[in-house]
Design a protein around this ligand. Structure first.
Ligand code: KG4
Ligand code: ZN
Length: 336
């Protein structure tokens, strides 16, 4: 088959998304974000799975209708197997199984973390192998050596919180609405990154830890609010700029170490926090200084989306790596 057409579904957290890919070219990327979680200050798993259940049919139909491709032209159905929220994953897995069974086409399971990395192969320029990828999201923080489309090696990861969680929890401490990461980024752009400093809480080696900075930030706010109750309101730009610079430095430090240790200076970033303007800028500056070749995905392919599942599925289709109809979602799935 020369022009495989694959429908891909993403439902690991709070975005219901579908994408159609034909011959390795992503045709669209329909995303329905769930707003129901905002008032709770974080994703509520039970509500997320219900919202996926309500939206998935509509999202898949929209993705297909926009391309004019009929279901009987599909050569495979792909879905996110994990990691993610179990109830959310189950909706995508079950819908994909139903379609694959009904259409009598193969099923392709995709690892969400590998898909974040493979988002770099949706558009040009595409990195050559091997390259290093720093995957930074709400659920994960990983340093990966990407040997090939389907062969990735995790060389460092977080021992506790993910960087996105650190952004979101810090935002919550300042009473910002969920998800707070993008808001911190917005305020940071108007502030002075040197206004406040935080303790160095990094651990040795290539693993990450964000629990120390989270606690330090909590005490920093508490102490300052004791003397000025309106501390956050009056200084939010400077607080956000200083915290963001600190978090970005923490990951940049590990990235530099990874380049030194592996000798690989082709460097990519992926995942929701790759949308952060401070991280994008810092990576570009480091690249100019050290002669790194850097790859930064388009905003829409940083946060969760089905286009990245579609491109990953395309390479699995080429390698004939299909899933059986017995496949179950895995909430915690290590990168293969
Ligand atoms: O990859 P993603 O959409 O979902 C997971 O797989 O976790 O990442 C979501 C995370 C959230 O923590 C969100 O606050 C963060 O990415 N995020 C940002 C920015 N945009 C999204 N964090 C900092 N700055 C941003 N501009
Ligand atoms: Zn993600």
């Amino acid at each position: 088959m020369t022009q495989p057409i694959i429908l891909a579904i993403e439902s690991s957290c709070d975005e219901t998304s579908a994408s159609v890919i034909q011959a390795g070219k992503v045709l669209n990327n329909v995303i329905a974000s769930q707003t129901v979680h905002q008032k709770y200050g974080g994703v509520v798993p039970e509500l997320a799975s219900r919202a996926h259940q309500q939206q998935i049919h509509h999202v898949v139909n929209e993705a297909l209708a926009a391309t004019g491709i009929l279901t009987n032209q599909l050569n495979a159905i792909a879905f996110t197997r994990g990691p993610g929220l179990l109830g959310s994953l189950l909706v995508g897995v079950s819908f994909a199984k139903g379609m694959a069974l009904g259409l009598q086409v193969p099923l392709i399971d995709v690892n969400h973390m590998e898909a974040h990395v493979l988002a770099h192969f949706i558009d040009d320029p595409k990195p050559a192998f091997p390259f290093l990828c720093l995957t930074v999201s709400g659920g994960h923080t990983q340093l990966v050596v990407v040997h090939d489309y389907l062969h990735m090696e995790v060389i460092g990861e977080t021992r506790d919180d993910a960087i996105g969680e650190a952004f979101d929890k810090a935002a919550k401490m300042m009473d910002f609405p969920y998800p707070g990461g993008p808001l911190i980024d917005r305020f940071a752009q108007e502030g002075n990154a040197k206004a406040y400093s935080f303790p160095h809480t990094s651990i040795p080696g290539l693993d990450f830890s964000f629990s120390g900075i989270k606690t330090a930030f909590l005490y920093f706010l508490r102490d300052n609010k004791n003397t000025e109750p309106r501390f956050v309101e009056l200084n939010k730009q400077n607080i956000c700029a200083s915290l963001q610079a600190h978090l970005v430095n923490m990951v940049m430090e590990k990235l530099k170490l990874a380049v030194d240790q592996t000798g690989i200076n082709r460097v990519a970033i992926a995942g929701g926090v790759a949308a952060n303007s401070g991280l994008r800028k810092s990576l570009q500056t480091q690249a100019n200084q050290s002669g790194w070749d850097v790859f930064i995905p388009r905003f829409e392919y940083c946060t969760d989306n089905a286009a990245m599942i579609a491109i990953a599925a395309h390479y699995k289709f080429e390698a004939k790596r299909f899933a059986s109809l017995n496949v179950a979602p895995l909430a915690n799935l290590a990168i293969s």
